[in-house]
Write a protein that binds this ligand. Sequence first.
Ligand code: ZN
Length: 410
Amino acid sequence: MARFGQTGLVVLGIIVLSVPLLCQDLVEEEEPDWKPINLCNSDNCKLPYCNCAGTKIPGKLSRKETPQMVMFTFDDAVNAQVWGHFKKLFHPSRKNPNGCPISITLFVSHNYTDYCMVNRMWALGHEIASHSITHRVPTDWWSNAEYEDWEFEIWGQKNNLMRDAKVPIKEIQGMRSPFLAVGGDNQFSMLEKFNFSYDATIVGGPANLEDPTLWPYTLDFSMEEQDQNCNIPPCPHKRYPGFWEIPVLRTMDVGGIECSFVDKCLNRPGDAEEMYEFLWMNFLRNYETNRAPFGLNMHAIWFSSYKYTVDGFDMFIKKLLQLDDVYIVTSSDAIKWIQDPTPLSRIRNFKPWLRSCKRQTPDDCKLPKEVGDYDWGGGWGDLSTLWIWEYIIMFISAVVLIKRDNFDDV
Ligand SMILES: [Zn+2]
């Protein structure tokens, strides 16, 4: 500023003030018709394949008509250290208001993973997604990774899950980067090529508990065109039609500081009660504003470090189970609802969410003895009880046949 001097500033001021008066027509003519942000709108982007980034409830539903989806997502290895926590917190006896078991999403990395446990989780109705093979450090390796690196890490891990955990390829739809490091177009073009349908890496939403937060969106328009950015660059710049981004919503810790992973908050709750309060106050932001899917993103190994965290989560889940407008679903199931926004009055018959009622046949792999398997008993349609019903039907049929034979004799 000093190098212009006072005279320079006066001249500059006169020029700036004169321009609108002298060249009004010229300025209007030169105004570009292309705007760099918010190109996406309800005319050029329609469900089920396109959804603009924003806070609006899909399908123009009111808040009270909208089910509050809660997505518990866990990153890293699935093994004996975390198995018991999953078993306790997300046992199939815990059910959504439609009568189907609650379900979660596991972003699984290769090292230290027991693929038999992954198979069991899949068979119970949980979602399995890719989180890399090596999970290598330093963290910025991921920001600079080449296309081939992403292919090796994420597509490679999808193959591991398919081959070793026997998860059908069409059911492995999502990914999350290690350390939430975004890999720009190298990452996203790989995801497009290998038919992934969503990424859940990019942090988004407000850093407070008052404003409505972000719904998942598609990349039919680029991040810039939708006024979104990445807090850890590089962001993707291209468009990826029909590909979903499920933002990692910012949570606020007990001291009011934002955190992306609930286990990485600066101000940690000190006991189970505080843990519950922390989860509940963050849940209310979504529940009482625009009901955007509430994602709780974390590493289950955390539960082993601090016992009260499991107890706090247990209290929180029990509370959610009492609410008939809350559904604990997988990330893929959340996308399915957005594609077909179904009001609460018809939600119990919403077909994609009845999926978790049907268990898959688990692989015959063996779990380590010390962790124990799930109790597969109990309930209609359950694998271990099906044979009983078959025997009962066979017995009744036999009795009917015998009676008929006797009757014929008479
Ligand atoms: Zn990780």
